[in-house]
Design a protein around this ligand. Sequence first.
Ligand SMILES: [Zn+2]
Length: 327
Amino acid sequence: MADVRTLLAGIVAALLPLTLAACTSSQDAADDGPLEVVAAIYPLQYVAEQVGGDRVHVVGLVAPGTQPHDAPLDAELTAKLDDADVVLFLSGFQPAVDTAVTSSDTSSDTGADGPVLVDAASHTGDVAIAHDHHAMLPPAPPSAEPSADPSPSPSTPGPPADPHFWLDLSRMPSFAQHVAEQFTELDPSGSLTYERNAQNLTAQLADLDVRYASGLLSCERREVVSSHDAFGYLATRYNLHTAGILGTDPTTPPSTPDAAAARELAAGATTVFTEPLVDPRGADELAAEVGATTAVLDPIENVSGDDDFVSVAERNLTTLRTALGCS
Ligand SMILES: [Zn+2]
């Protein structure tokens, strides 16, 4: 027996350094405090908060109530990126963030030399769609057909991909699950918490998705004309027709095709939608031109006050049902 005890002691002694190394190779929230997470835009922040719960500390890069597309990234915010354990961003949405994450030494998605970078564009449940969803309009030329490539080659210009994937509520769970997996890699002892939280969020969003589908099933109208072209994913999911007075990025000048598409679609609408964070003048003018009223439809790019993702999504559904005459 003595020989066996000696052998076991030897095995334990041999394994101990490996065990310690395993513990210190990942960020254990129980020992080292919460995971530090930076989220570039609010929908990603919401997912991180819901999935991470008390085990994560989430910082949003864009102040509440601020338009995120062209939000600047100063030195203080850039430092937050460098100091984070995880950075959630959406490539193609915020040029300043894209530049920061590609030019810094946080280029590894393995976390070897900096934060783990999670590009939501790779976890939307499907490839990105182009913003050609104007189903009421004449057929687009072949070059403007929806693209299966989320990052069209510069040599083959086409419509810019629509980044607003969160407005198709069925796509958020894919991202939530990936976030749970990333958090678990860095904080293995939180595995069950992250998985349970992701499942709870998935169930909540699935319920909302069903309410959207049923609530928008039988409507007198299906035209969604908005200040900027943010509702392509929503329109595709719930069988609506949409056009934006401005393109998928409201901070760039309006294009003639976008404005023409919005004007044509608005001819069949009784409501033109404004947004909380985009200048409403274009929508107001178009509504006056076609004899429509206006209502606020929020692309949930940011929130303020007591709102959160779900509360705004629920308000959007009520707004859409009223504007479109849904039964
Ligand atoms: Zn937008």
